[in-house]
Design a protein around this ligand. Structure first.
Ligand SMILES: Nc1ncnc2c1ncn2[C@@H]1O[C@H](COP(=O)(O)OP(=O)(O)O)[C@@H](O)[C@H]1O
Ligand SMILES: CC(=O)OP(=O)(O)O
Ligand SMILES: [Mg+2]
Length: 386
């Protein structure tokens, strides 16, 4: 009997479900798709989104009932201190993920729904959770700990966990390949700029710092999230402004960032508005870029020597204007963007730095689904060998 080698990956995000079906025998991507705008009419919730994923796969002759499926891999966002490696999903694992919902309110509920629906459809298949936090678990304590009372921090598991780890891991490895070097020999700053956005400093394949923290709210300015703030802003809004804790949560996670600053969270729309002289869009862009540049500088110092600055995810891969603004005036740091290369469109990993740039500047499309498929298949292969 030939062994099943296909892995279905479900990336259930806050407002979308992305999926890919990959044959691990040859790496072929057999199907891929995206269900967007969950909660807005046609797709009322994540369960409905998964129904339409199952339908699309069925219509393509690759239904979920296929005997060729070896496993289902799931993106899982918050793994806390417990999950630092790909994990075979059991009832107990789902329960542990549920307990982590307060630390990833936009993400863990969607991940759990995806897992529950998929387990109902294929209870016979191994299903694996690959956590956003896992790659960051290696961070040194000096980067992971907040400077608050140690006993209080430990009592409530308050520390920097970091997110988008699957992407930072995949992209940093692909960047080493692009440079023709081993991952162990390169230091890179990865800028994952999607709707959620985070930066990380990766030294020789190991994450040494990242901008998201206890939750995916810290760090860069994002589509709807504030990123870094003086923590006293929250106290002030509560004590003086009279906002409740839930109202502050909603403000910072859903009504801040680019959308809070200018009403739009899509960088394409912001680019268009700036082109016609919209000052609010201009300021939102400038705030976004200012924060991003601060992290590039900070991680340059954390790493000491930087081989590449890498842009990835929706904004990082596509927004020519963001890369220009983020990398301008950094010649003294050895960073020079080539405007022509930067403006060229491509789906391939590529260098966009000038010939004289000491530090490579690269655009490397992320592929969280491919990385999750690899880690999922790796886990079940290992389990079968034992
Ligand atoms: N062609 C483009 N130019 C500029 N920005 C883009 C383009 N395409 C997508 N984006 C940006 O990418 C974002 C989505 O990124 P993505 O990585 O898919 O996010 P997420 O996974 O968090 O949903 C959009 O909100 C938009 O701001
Ligand atoms: C963790 C996180 O912010 O993920 P996303 O960018 O998919 O919202
Ligand atoms: Mg994403």
């Amino acid at each position: 009997m030939t062994r099943a080698t296909r892995v279905l990956v479900l990336n259930s995000g806050s407002s979308s479900v992305k999926y890919q079906l990959i044959d691990m025998a040859d790496g072929a991507r057999l199907a891929a798709g995206l269900v967007e705008r969950i909660g807005e009419g046609a797709v009322p919730d994540h369960a409905a989104a998964l129904d339409s994923v199952a339908e699309a796969l069925g219509a393509a002759g690759m239904g979920l009932d296929s005997p060729d499926l070896a496993a289902i891999g799931h993106r899982a966002v918050h793994g806390g201190t417990r999950f630092t490696a790909p994990t075979l999903i059991t009832d107990e694992v789902v329960q542990a993920m549920r307990e982590l919902i307060p630390l990833a309110p936009l993400h863990n509920p969607a991940n759990i729904t995806g897992i529950e629906v998929a387990r109902k459809l294929r209870p016979d298949l191994p299903q694996v959770a690959v956590f956003d936090t896992a790659f960051h678990a290696a961070m040194p304590e000096s980067a992971a700990r907040y400077a608050i009372d140690t006993a209080t921090a430990d009592r409530w598991s308050v520390r920097r966990y970091g997110f988008h780890g699957t992407s930072h891991q995949y992209v940093s490895r692909r960047t080493a390949e692009l440079l023709g070097k081993s991952p162990e020999s390169v230091n890179v700053i990865v800028l994952h700029l999607g709707n959620g956005a985070s930066a990380s400093a990766v030294a020789g394949g190991v994450c040494v710092d990242t901008s998201m923290g206890l939750t995916p709210l810290e760090g860069l300015v994002m589509g709807t999230r504030s990123g870094d703030l003086d923590p006293a802003v929250l106290l002030h809004l509560h004590r003086v402004g009279g906002l409740s804790v839930d109202e502050i949560d909603d403000l910072l996670n859903r009504r801040s960032g680019l959308v809070g600053l200018c009403g739009d969270n899509d960088m394409r729309e912001i680019d268009r508005r700036i082109a016609v002289g919209d000052q609010r869009a201009r300021l939102a862009f400038d705030i976004y870029i200012h924060r991003l540049r601060k992290y590039v500088g900070a991680y340059y110092a954390v790493l000491g020597r930087v081989d590449a600055v890498v842009f990835t995810a929706g904004v990082g891969e596509n927004a020519v204007s963001v890369r220009v603004a983020a990398m301008s005036g950094l010649e003294a740091l050895g960073i020079e963007l080539d405007r022509t290369l930067n403006a060229a469109r491509s789906r391939e990993p590529r260098l966009v730095s000038g010939a004289g740039s000491r530090v490579a500047v690269a655009v490397v499309p992320t592929d969280e689904e491919l990385e999750i498929a690899g880690q999922t298949f790796g886990l079940i292969e290992n389990a079968q060998e034992r």
